[in-house]
Design a protein around this ligand. Structure first.
Ligand SMILES: Nc1nc2c(ncn2[C@@H]2O[C@H](COP(=O)(O)OP(=O)(O)OP(=O)(O)O)[C@@H](O)[C@H]2O)c(=O)[nH]1
Ligand SMILES: [Mg+2]
Length: 551
């Protein structure tokens, strides 16, 4: 915060042409009998006063410039349930508009990608466990000493399920410790007071009565930053939360990791912390000094070593038909979450692995709180526009943090993952995810505070919807009103578009508001780039129109 000092009196350094009728001039005039010493003192004091005054002027000028810089022309809020694709959309905006910042964070994402991969392995092991609810702790002495690299059909024929599970679990046990280490790495340098209190999942007030508690939003400085909601109290839990379904051999079921909770980070500090250990590299790496990001593989503590060593059993586990059959039996579709990395184990566990743009877009890290991203948009000859995009946590216990942003926002991009029609909320397994999206959408479109806010909806995860329908999953088994309509992608997507469109039509407090609907797969950079350009133009045009109407 800047302190404003009281303004000094106006200096009088030069002889003035004082008007005799002006009482101020008379008061400031030097006394007629001023001695040379007094005159010198007076001039010195006046000089000092002028310096103070100039400093204040300069300070005010800087503050005005700062205020101007921070005043966003356009504020966009990304809304939607957890895992709907909000943060991925934000990454796409970053990639388009602040590519330098995106690339600078590339290596920090390595840890998140590793963690996603390790957790996918853990989920598989849980799925093939003889008792998925009671992880088996394997006594080291009972382990068969078979080579693990290629468990072909013969090994699956010889071994009973528990043996096979034990074998995999033993070989992959180092990943348990790695998982905890990765979580610690991500949580390092995160202050407790920035952590999030996980409250109960009850619906926030604004969802039921439309009365939000209003506050102002924080300003950001270019890169991703945490903007704490004015009405959300921060709690005292660690900022990282994680499921503790430990792999067999896990050191303790009371490890810092809490069972059933997904990894989430409230602050972007982890990016700075993990961005690059250039400092460490300088002293150890022969590659240092080139300014390049190199040499992490020379650090024996780098997580890549454990991953590299576990690479073969990981690959074998994922490729094992017995495992695939178990996953199908238990209706676990890892490709809908971080399973993407399972098809790329060799590349991702390679010593010199550098995440690609695609890897980063697919990396999953749950958002807690609100994160802000600013960028300047220059279009043609018109003056540059400052955009602020707010990415919120979408889980139920996070939604109370949304309302304070409602009064001061120009546009909302709402993400509805339409592929999730056969899934339930992680935070409440009694609630179907599509139903939750529809209810959430209805509360957004009907909210009076958002009456004049431009609404754009991304019917997201269309790629997954297509694959799911093609694999034979039927929409009408989860959405009874769909009846006996075609289960083809075209028919399903059109139906869902109409459903979301109709809710807006029926519940909007502003019948003149136009709704923009897009089918998206926000992990697809090429297609999303075009959509983002389109959305940007709509928002800019609407904003211009609104500001003209207001004048
Ligand atoms: N295949 C596919 N994956 C997607 C798509 N959109 C998002 N994802 C993936 O879904 C996961 C969740 O996306 P996020 O962007 O983290 O979801 P979010 O809405 O920010 O979730 P919260 O932070 O919990 O509110 C990530 O692993 C994304 O890569 C999509 O259109 N297609
Ligand atoms: Mg997010």
């Amino acid at each position: 915060m800047t302190t404003i000092y009281p303004r000094a009196a106006s200096p009088t350094l030069v002889p003035r042409r004082d008007s005799l009728s002006d009482p101020f001039s008379a008061a400031l005039r030097p006394p007629a009998d001023e001695t040379p010493a007094e005159r010198e003192r007076r001039i010195a004091e006046e000089l000092r006063a002028k310096q103070v005054s100039d400093a204040i002027d300069e300070q005010l000028k800087l503050e005005r410039a700062e205020q101007k810089r921070n005043k966003a022309d356009v504020k966009v809020l990304l809304l939607g349930q957890s895992e709907s694709g909000k943060s991925t959309t934000l990454k796409q905006f970053q990639l388009t508009h602040t590519p330098k910042a995106f690339h600078a964070e590339r290596m920090a994402w390595r840890s998140v990608i590793y963690l996603n991969l390790v957790r996918s392995i853990r989920r598989i092991l849980e799925a093939v466990s003889p008792d998925p609810d009671e992880p088996l702790v394997v006594p080291a002495t009972s382990l068969p000493s078979t080579s693990f690299g290629q468990p072909g059909p013969s090994s699956s024929a010889v071994l009973h399920d528990p043996d096979k599970y034990t074998l995999y679990a033993q070989r992959l046990a180092p990943l348990v410790l790695l998982e905890e280490r990765l979580i610690r790495m991500l949580s390092e340098d995160v202050d407790d007071d920035e952590a999030t209190r996980l409250e109960d999942g009850s619906a926030p007030g604004w969802l039921t009565n439309g009365n939000a508690s209003i506050g102002s939003s924080n300003s950001g400085n270019g890169a991703l930053s945490t903007a704490s909601s004015p009405s959300t109290a921060a709690g005292a839990r660690p900022a990282i939360h994680i499921d503790t379904r430990s792999l067999p051999g896990s050191p303790s079921t009371r490890s810092p990791v809490a069972r059933g909770v997904e990894v989430a980070v409230r602050t972007p500090k982890w990016k700075q912390a993990l961005s690059l250990s250039r400092k460490q590299l300088k002293s150890t790496s022969p590659h240092s000094g080139t300014g390049e990001v190199v040499g992490w593989w020379e650090d024996p503590n780098d997580p890549v070593h454990v991953l590299f060593k576990c690479s073969r059993p990981m690959r074998a586990l994922w490729a094992d038909p017995w495992v695939q059959a178990k996953l199908t039996e238990r209706r676990i579709r890892l490709e809908e979450s971080s399973g993407f990395y399972l098809n790329e184990i060799d590349r991702i566990t390679a010593m010199k692995y550098i995440p690609t743009d695609d890897d980063i877009l697919k990396a999953r890290l749950k958002t807690v709180g609100v994160q802000e991203h600013s960028f300047t948009l220059t279009q043609g000859a018109s003056r540059p526009m400052i955009w602020k995009i707010y990415d919120v946590g979408g889980a139920r216990n996070q939604r109370q943090a949304w309302a304070p942003y409602f009064t001061d926002v120009n546009a909302i991009i709402f993400l509805a993952p339409i592929s999730a029609f056969d899934q339930v909320l992680a935070e409440d397994p009694r609630v179907n995810r599509l139903e939750d999206s529809l209810l959430l959408w209805r509360s957004v479109v009907s909210n009076k505070l958002l009456k004049h806010v431009n609404l754009i909806i991304f019917l997201n995860k269309c790629d997954l919807l297509k694959t799911k329908l093609e694999s034979g999953v039927k929409l009408n088994q989860f959405l009874l009103t769909y009846g006996d309509r075609s289960n083809e992608y075209e028919a399903v997507s059109k139906y869902l578009r109409n459903k979301f469109g109709l809710l807006h039509q029926q519940h909007t407090p502003n019948p003149n508001r136009e709704l923009f609907i897009h089918f998206t797969a926000v992990t697809d950079t090429r297609r999303t780039g075009t959509i983002i350009a389109n959305v940007r133009d709509i928002i800019v045009r609407r904003n211009l129109k609104d500001s003209k109407l207001l004048v």
